[in-house]
Structure formats: structure tokens, C-alpha cells
Design a protein around this ligand. Structure first.
Ligand SMILES: NC(=O)c1ccc[n+]([C@@H]2O[C@H](COP(=O)([O-])OP(=O)(O)OC[C@H]3O[C@@H](n4cnc5c(N)ncnc54)[C@H](OP(=O)(O)O)[C@@H]3O)[C@@H](O)[C@H]2O)c1
Length: 116
């Protein structure tokens, strides 16, 4: 039985690169991000490398969606050996120009708040 890795933000960027690296190293992959079409495209790339992959649409800001992700991963593979907690966003620009809502989007579980 192959080891598994659960990677959030697996549909592009660092998460996609990490996904393909683990697949080449012989891991089966649980891929998570919000946009399922892009996630499925990466899952197909994993399968073309000879590894098993499942793509699960998940918004990590919502605990119930994260619980669903873990439950589906365990139901499919029986175990999660590695977690890459990569999903996230960051804000670019002069820090003094950031709004409170910019910070909240980066760090808060439930998205933005009012700037008032
Ligand atoms: N690249 C850099 O220079 C840099 C620098 C510092 C820190 N980081 C951090 O490193 C991580 C990856 O960076 P990156 O440049 O590869 O990012 P990226 O290209 O913007 O990709 C972000 C990934 O996270 C997913 N994602 C975003 N919000 C999500 C949410 N709420 N729930 C689930 N998935 C979510 C996106 O897919 P969906 O939109 O479909 O959900 C996408 O797969 C991020 O956490 C970023 O903040 C990156």
C-alpha cells in the first residue's frame, strides 16, 4: 500500500508542483482546492504518472468542509501519511495601504469583515 499525501491548494503554483513531486516519489494524492475543474486536471496528471489521486472541492476557511475532506480521504485510502497545508492567499503592496479586510482575507477563517 502506497503512502498518501493530502495537499491543499493543489490546483496550481507551489501546491501543484508539490503534488507532482510527491506523485513522482510514489505517493498517492488527495488534492484539495475550491475550483474542482482545475483540481481534476492536476489529478489526471497524477494518474498519468501511475499514482492514484482523488480531487475534493474544499474551502479551507470552513471547518465542516475540512472535516468532509479528511473523512473522504480516509474513506478512500484508509490513511493520510503526510499533510501539506499549503492553501492560502497573500496580499502584495505597501503595507500601509492595506485595508482591514485585506488582512482578514489572508488570516481569518471565515473571510472578510467590514472596513468600518
Ligand atoms: N508564491 C509566493 O511567492 C509565496 C510567498 C509567500 C507565501 N506563499 C504562500 O504559499 C502558498 C502557495 O502559494 P502559491 O503562490 O502557489 O499560490 P497560488 O498559485 O495562488 O495557489 C493557491 C492555491 O490555493 C488554493 N486556495 C486558495 N484559497 C483557498 C481556500 N480558501 N480553500 C482551499 N484552497 C484555496 C487555490 O485554488 P482555488 O482558488 O481553486 O481554491 C490554489 O490551488 C499560499 O498559502 C501562499 O500564501 C507564497
Amino acid at each position: 500500500m502506497a503512502d498518501t499525501v493530502l495537499i491543499t491548494g493543489a490546483s496550481q503554483g507551489i501546491g501543484k508542483a508539490t503534488t507532482l513531486l510527491f506523485a513522482r516519489q510514489g505517493y498517492d494524492i488527495i488534492l484539495a482546492a475550491r475550483q474542482i475543474d482545475r483540481l481534476e486536471a492536476v489529478a489526471s496528471e497524477v494518474r498519468s504518472l501511475g499514482r492514484e489521486a482523488i480531487a475534493i472541492s474544499t474551502d479551507v476557511r470552513y471547518p465542516e468542509q475540512v472535516n468532509n475532506l479528511v473523512e473522504k480521504a480516509i474513506a478512500h485510502f484508509g490513511h493520510i501519511d503526510v499533510l501539506i497545508n499549503n492553501a492560502g492567499i497573500f496580499t502584495l503592496g505597501p503595507v500601509e495601504e492595506f485595508l482591514l479586510s485585506d488582512w482578514q482575507q489572508v488570516i481569518d477563517q471565515y473571510g472578510s469583515v467590514s472596513d468600518e
